[in-house]
Design a protein around this ligand. Sequence first.
Ligand code: MN
Length: 478
Amino acid sequence: MKYVPTIGIECHVQLKTKSKLFAAVDNDARAAKPNDLTSPICFGLPGTLPVLNEQAVALGIKAGIALNAEIAQHMKFDRKHYFYPDLPKGYQITQFDQPIVGEGWVEYAVDGEKVKVGIERAHLEEDAGKSTHPNGETYSLVDLNRAGTPLLEVVSKPDMHSPAQARGYAQELYNLMKFAEVSNVDLYHGNMRFDVNVSIAPVEAGELGTRAEVKNLNSFKAVERATAYEIKRQTKLLERGEDILQETRGWDDSKQKTVSQRSKENAHDYRYFPEPDIPPIKITQAQVDEITNNMPMMPSQVRVRLIDQGVSAAQAEVMIGQRELALIATKVAVVEPDVTQAVVNWLATDVMATVNDDNDFDWSNLQLDAGRLIELAQMVADNKLSSNGASDVVKVMMISNKPPATIADEENLLQISDEGQIEKIVDAVIESNPDAANDVRNGEQKAIGFLVGQVMKQSQGQANPKQAKDLLTKKLGS
Ligand code: MN
């Protein structure tokens, strides 16, 4: 029997606010000792009251705009109850029926084909703390540094139908959150955690099968592989006539398989009710307009601007993969569209090759800017620099803030395009290679390549080879 997989993805995006969602406590726990970044609110002590972080609301709106989504005019917070040691209040403050972001969509390409995935909603909520279970001990440790960190949970519609589409969605969501500057998108530190819902059903069934949810995936590869594994596992069960359980599963990266964790609670088990300590919030159109008008460049705009100038879709994705490069390339496309392709070539090949060779390369030290790269393209157009020479200059420009002309001069890369100067070298080469010169005079075109090579050698590679060839042809009358 043929089955169609249906996939939906929930993603918890950590927002890059200065402080926590409901407490004036630093939000960056990366370098902190356990429980250093806490307050009575993080511990859920009786008598404390949450105060909503305005910056988190602004970033939530911004993320919603990046998702082409409706922004709520009214939103409220709710309590979601569950009992776990890293959740001291016994409930999580989240949004149930009036989330900050409503329906939207995300569009991306998989193997050149466009995929459009609907966004169901996105809501603000606080993160829980972290439990660790020391090996061989009879106790567990709880660190509440992360408790209260603002998250935006983005829920897609079940619009994906293959592991590659699931991976593409995760990757594009990452691009969007990064370009919108709402999150540090540090996957290693769990800034984006994907939960993938997978079900399969016979092609002709017309309804969805029972789904399993694989929780807490933190890489695009894991999203793709866990999805593929689930499709295979569920297909086998159905083919054997067995039932698929609605359950939560985890991904074992070392074994490359999903494992059952628990059967899924139903929504009413959480006893959701409105959070009485935070009043409902009104979001004004003026607030949304203000953020809309100040949105940074989005990946879709990068694609349009670059592809309009002849850049390939694949190269546009390389630029999007490194936001610093995308911003430079799009600026060039606006200021000096004709040299866009040349600049993108340098960024996609010379710059990326240098970075790939140097594991310690720090993007924040990148010295390239659009203006200087346009100057460099102009030098090539003016025959002051060969294309090889330009590649060498780009590599130096990455780490030096000198203008390209200075670098080319210092590195001895300037091309000789002065007619008089090249003519002198050409004359000398003809004189010292009479046989080859005669061959050319007699119409043997092969010999001209040899003479051009001699000119290049004499000029230490700095002569403009095209000019040298033209001069030789003129002088030898061929
Ligand atoms: Mn959640």
